[in-house]
Design a protein around this ligand. Structure first.
Ligand code: SF4
Length: 326
């Protein structure tokens, strides 16, 4: 990793714009991007009429559109400054950001993170109470018959492959690490089913080792924020690591993922209700109407239960419900 540059002083129009409105409601959107949405074929006009198609002659006669004034490309220093301001704004918005998996020790977090592949944290949290009651230690999980383990984790999907990973990693913990989860990335990634993302989650949240967790939400938002153009998770991690000091990595990951799950969704980001809109170059990718955007907010921001059955004490939302009986 390269040295993280010292944080520059906040100034400039973007910073002023951000300063002008604090993080409570949807701030005035930036004048950066005019989200000129093309009307779909057959779209009605406000008056309820279908617009007539332009003839070739009419197209020819139409005055040439003025080219939009070219935006000055953002310098690296300005991008870093804006990125760090986004982090601060997210910290104000989500002072209670936390991992959204229920766990009480490193082994439970490791198992829950492996189970979270291709499913929601909510579904994992609804599944693990029975699993951890049956297999509280790596020794127990290494010894359980595979079919029994598959049944216990079935609600999380891909249960055969996940059961194989869990038995493999529990056996490795028992035989190579004395039944303890190791606190080093190099060791964690040698465990079956454990990649860099899982290792970083465990290191950051069970061992206090700073780590950037690039899941689908983090990658999407880092690209929307202009922190990276990479699709590859390791490249995203490396790009973001150069922008922020190590001490911020773990909490930054939680804040960005919180924002991705609640506001900046994959398909329909709630731009019109987004408190960091003035700092976001992708404003306009989603719904900009404030009222419609507010309806897209999720979890505690949308008045719904969260993902954890046992959330931390400072979580302002409601706990998730247990798995409904079949
Ligand atoms: S894309 Fe929209 S919702 Fe996402 S951070 Fe930018 S302004 Fe907010």
């Amino acid at each position: 990793m390269q040295e993280t540059p010292a944080e520059p002083a906040a100034d400039g129009p973007a910073a002023e714009q951000a300063q002008a409105g604090k993080t409570t409601a949807a701030k005035k959107p930036p004048a950066r991007k005019a989200p000129a949405k093309k009307a779909a074929a057959g779209t009605k006009t406000p008056a309820g009429k279908t617009p007539a198609k332009k003839t070739a002659a009419a197209k020819k006669a139409a005055p040439a559109k003025k080219a939009a004034p070219a935006r000055k490309p953002e310098s690296r220093v300005a991008m870093v400054r804006r990125a760090r301001r986004i982090n601060r704004e997210l910290a104000e918005l989500y002072p209670y950001a936390h991992p959204e998996l229920d766990f009480t020790n490193p082994f439970e977090l490791l198992v829950a993170t492996v189970l979270s592949a291709q499913t929601t944290d909510l579904r994992v949290n609804q599944t693990t109470p029975r699993l951890f009651a049956a297999c509280p230690t790596p020794e127990d999980m290494a010894a359980i018959p595979p079919e029994q383990l598959e049944e216990l984790i079935r609600p999380t999907g891909f249960f055969r492959a996940k059961a194989k990973s869990l038995i493999g990693l529990s056996t490795a913990l028992r035989d190579r690490f004395g039944g303890e989860v190791p606190g080093r990335l190099e060791d964690l990634v040698t465990l079956p089913g454990v990649g860099r993302k899982t290792a970083n989650v465990v290191l950051g949240n069970a061992f206090g080792v700073p780590g950037i967790t690039v899941d689908t939400h983090f990658g999407r938002l880092a690209r929307r924020f202009g922190w990276t153009t990479a699709q590859d998770a390791e490249k995203v991690e490396a790009d973001v690591a150069e922008i922020f000091p190590k001490s911020e990595w773990t909490m930054l990951s939680h804040r960005v993922v919180f924002h991705g799950r609640r506001v900046c969704h994959s398909r329909r980001p709630a731009c019109g209700a987004c408190p960091i809109a003035p700092l976001c170059p992708s404003y306009g990718e989603g719904e900009t109407d404030p009222e419609k955007a507010r309806k897209l907010l999720k979890y505690e921001l949308g008045g719904q239960p969260g993902q954890r059955l046992k959330p931390p004490a400072d979580y302002p939302g409601r706990p998730a419900p247990p798995l409904a009986a079949p």
